[in-house]
Design a protein around this ligand. Structure first.
Ligand code: ATP
Length: 451
């Protein structure tokens, strides 16, 4: 018996790995093996995630490319009987990995890397994601500066729930997925691993919803940057340096956040000429204005420090793309421009499926025609389509939408007529004024001749 044990012992190679890295390895491995009944581990709950742990002396078997590997956990407690003046050493935990010695190279070169990589991706998938916002807080010296604070990010929006043209949607998903896997590619071409998205369109067309869907798809954190709360370019740079990788930095309504179109200068000049505003009020208002400039923002996007930390997405949203400085949104800064517009028939069908669980209905024909004739945001379509009580049937939801679309069409028609009338009146007024001027000139001319 002892001979057999000796033979077996010599045939296997054991490795006691560094405690810290192995703790991670094992935590991750235990997650990987959550389906494995043989783990016989203690099961606890951390929020929505199941966490499996390995007790002392417990063993877990893993298989990699047909190779069997045994993991064992061992707890070493310090000898409590000895008397010492020095602080006692804490308990030490280590893990023993056992496998056949022929596989030593594969295990060390490939298997451990595989476990760590898998573990990392599980950790990212399972971790609680955060929504950061910047607000002004006072430090010890009473100096107010913008700092990040966060809440847990739990938004239900996904690309599945986002109603839009499926082809366009798939294109965006592919773009995001390609980006998230392109670490080596970006390194090869010598570019910082970041990508800019400009989402533009009228209010209520799903820009914020898309950002949440992006974060949920990639499992990234969100940094919602309020530019008006940032004192100057220096503070902006500091905030950026405080963000982590695997994140989306969002500046919503970029056209309203800052005067980036040269309007600020004009505003200041107007105020300077205002005699009523006294000097103190002006100074106080000036202090409140953020001094972040267009060049500061451009540097924020693609300056040298923007590459500190990688795998970052920057998203700007705006209702008015044309208002933005072209330098801000040129490709390379905002690599992909995505228009979110009024609800089309494809987006409506997605809502109908989601809210009413139907793919077709007689009223779809009416809805399609009305959507082509009038503009309604996805937010309004969703609101009209959503059942208002438990028992409300699909038909009455669709009827409500049809009615709302008809009303919107009428309203648009009325507004167009009013606009037309206003233009005609303006033309008439101009013509009248021109006629008056001509008459006056003619009369004056006659007078001159008479003199
Ligand atoms: N394409 C869409 N798919 C699903 N829901 C949508 C869509 N567009 C809008 N909604 C719904 O409408 C509401 C408003 O959408 P959201 O805030 O994303 O619009 P927005 O374009 O960001 O508006 P704003 O420009 O005013 O910030 C949300 O509750 C969202 O659920």
């Amino acid at each position: 018996m002892s001979e057999i044990r000796r033979v077996v012992n010599s045939a296997v190679q054991s490795f006691v790995l560094d405690q810290l890295s192995l703790l991670t390895v094992l935590d991750q491995l235990s997650l990987l093996n959550r389906k494995a009944k043989r783990l016989e581990a203690n099961v606890t709950r951390d929020n929505d995630n199941i966490v499996l742990t390995l007790a002392d002396q417990e063993q877990v078997t893993d298989e990699y490319k047909g190779i069997k590997i045994w993991w064992a956990s061992k707890l070493t407690t310090p000898n409590k009987q000895s008397i010492t003046f020095y602080p006692r050493e804490d308990e030490k935990r280590h893990f023993r990995l056992t496998f056949h010695k022929t596989y030593r190279d594969i295990i060390i070169d490939n298997y451990l890397k595989h476990v760590l990589d898998e573990g990392k991706s599980i950790t990212i998938k399972e971790r609680q994601r955060k929504l950061f916002i910047n607000n002004k807080s006072e430090n010890w010296y009473g100096y107010r500066r913008s700092m990040w604070s966060h809440v847990v990010f739990k938004h239900p929006a996904t690309f599945d729930t986002l109603a839009m043209d499926p082809v366009k949607k798939q294109e965006i998903i592919d773009d995001l997925m390609t980006f998230s896997k392109a670490k080596d590619y970006y390194a090869k071409v010598g570019k910082a691993w970041k990508r800019g998205y400009l989402l533009y369109g009228p209010p209520g067309t799903g820009k914020s919803t898309m950002i949440a869907a992006m974060a949920n798809l990639l499992k990234y954190d969100i940094y919602d940057l309020e530019l008006t709360a940032v004192k100057d370019n220096l503070e902006l740079r500091k905030l950026l340096l405080d963000t982590s990788g695997k994140s989306i930095v969002v500046i919503e309504d970029i056209d309203c956040s800052l005067d980036l179109t040269g309007q600020r200068e004009k505003k200041k000049k107007d105020e300077e000429n205002d005699p009523i505003k006294d000097e103190i009020t002006k100074k106080m208002e000036e202090k409140k204005l953020s001094e972040v400039t267009l060049s500061g923002l451009l540097n924020f996007i693609d300056g040298l420090w923007s590459s500190c930390g990688s795998e970052r997405i920057i998203v700007f949203t705006t209702n008015y793309k044309d208002k933005l400085d072209p330098a801000l949104i040129r490709r390379g800064r905002m690599d992909k421009h995505i228009e979110l517009s009024y609800c089309g028939f494809e987006a409506f069908k997605a809502f109908a499926k989601k809210y009413l669980n139907i793919d077709s209905h007689d009223l779809f024909v009416d809805v399609r025609k009305l959507l082509e004739e009038t503009k309604m945001t996805p937010a309004d379509v969703a609101e009209n389509l959503m059942p208002k009580s438990d028992g409300e049937d699909k038909e009455s939801c669709l009827m409500r939408l049809v009615k709302a679309l008809e009303e919107a069409k009428e309203e648009e028609k009325r507004k167009a007529e009013e606009e037309e009338k206003r233009k005609v009146e303006e033309e008439e007024k101009k013509e009248k004024e021109n006629g008056k001027v001509i008459k006056e000139v003619l009369e004056n001319g006659e007078n001159v001749v008479a003199e």
